[in-house]
Design a protein around this ligand. Structure first.
Ligand SMILES: C[S@@+](CC[C@H](N)C(=O)[O-])C[C@H]1O[C@@H](n2cnc3c(N)ncnc32)[C@H](O)[C@@H]1O
Length: 218
C-alpha cells in the first residue's frame, strides 16, 4: 500500500520537500533504531589520524533520498555491487534489500569499516578496509556507488579503475554517483554514457547521476 502510494510523483516530491524538517530528522533516527544499527553520526577523518584534504568526512547518504529517488535504477539480478567509501554501511544496507547477488564495501578508515561490519552482520556483505584507489576490487563487480568520498585527483583514478573493470570483464559497468560535484570531469571518459535522464527524474539528477561505462568505445 505504502509502496504503491510512493509511486505517485506528487507524494514523493512532497516528502522530499520535507527534508531537513523535524519529521525528516526523526525518520533518520528511526531508521537506525528500526534496523538496530548506528549510521547517522558524522565523523571527521582527522579524528582517526587521516589527512582531511585526501579523505572527505563521513556523512551518510539520506534514507529518503535513497528510497524515493532511486526506485527506477535498473539492477541486473545477481550482479555485484561495490560501494567506494562505504563509511558505516548505510548504502550497503539499502543495497542488501535489492536484487544484487553480492555486496562489497571499501572503506579507508578502519574504525568506520568495523562499524560497517557490525551494522551489516546479518547480511553476507564483504567490507574491505583500504584505499579505493589502490585495493583489489573483486573481478565480478559491475555496479559501483560513491558519495563524495575523496578529492578530484583520487576520484579520476577510481573512475579509470571502473573502466579497467569493464575492460577486464568485457561487460559494461554502471556507476551511481551521489552528490555528483565532479560530473563535468567525467564527460571525456572513454566509453562513458550518462543514463541519468532515463532512470532519474530531473529533480533527482541534482542529487544523483547514473552512468554506464562500456568496454567498447565507438
Ligand atoms: C561522504 S562519506 C559517504 C558514506 C557512504 N558512502 C554513504 O553514502 O552513506 C565518504 C566516505 O568515504 C570514505 N573514504 C574517503 N577516502 C577514501 C578512500 N580513498 N578509499 C576508501 N574510502 C574512502 C570516508 O572515510 C567516508 O566514510
Amino acid at each position: 500500500m505504502l509502496q504503491r502510494a510512493l509511486q505517485l510523483p506528487w507524494l514523493r516530491n512532497r516528502l522530499l520537500d520535507l527534508r531537513w524538517s523535524r519529521v525528516y530528522r526523526l525518520h533518520e533516527r528511526w531508521m537506525d533504531f528500526y534496523l538496530g544499527v548506528e549510521t547517522k553520526k558524522c565523523e571527521k577523518p582527522e579524528n582517526f589520524g587521516i589527512d582531511p584534504s585526501e579523505c572527505f568526512a563521513y556523512v551518510p547518504a539520506d534514507w529518503w533520498g535513497l528510497s524515493l529517488q532511486l526506485r527506477k535504477i535498473p539492477i541486473r539480478a545477481g550482479e555485484v555491487f561495490c560501494e567506494l567509501g562505504c563509511g558505516k554501511g548505510r548504502v550497503l544496507l539499502w543495497a542488501s534489500r535489492k536484487a544484487f547477488g553480492r555486496i562489497v564495501g571499501i572503506e579507508l578508515i578502519p574504525e568506520l569499516a568495523n562499524q560497517a561490519r557490525k551494522n551489516l552482520r546479518s547480511t553476507e556483505a564483504e567490507i574491505i578496509t583500504g584505499d579505493a584507489s589502490k585495493v583489489a576490487i573483486p573481478d565480478d563487480v559491475t555496479f559501483f556507488y560513491a558519495f563524495q568520498p575523496f578529492p578530484l585527483h583520487i576520484f579520476l583514478t577510481v573512475v579509470e579503475r571502473m573502466r579497467a573493470q569493464a575492460l577486464k570483464s568485457n561487460t559494461p559497468v554502471r556507476f551511481l554517483y551521489n552528490s555528483p560535484v565532479y560530473h563535468e570531469y567525467l564527460e571525456g571518459t572513454a566509453g562513458l554514457t550518462d543514463l541519468s535522464h532515463l532512470y532519474l527524474t530531473e529533480r533527482a539528477q541534482n542529487e544523483f547521476r547514473f552512468y554506464e561505462i562500456s568496454p567498447h568505445v565507438e
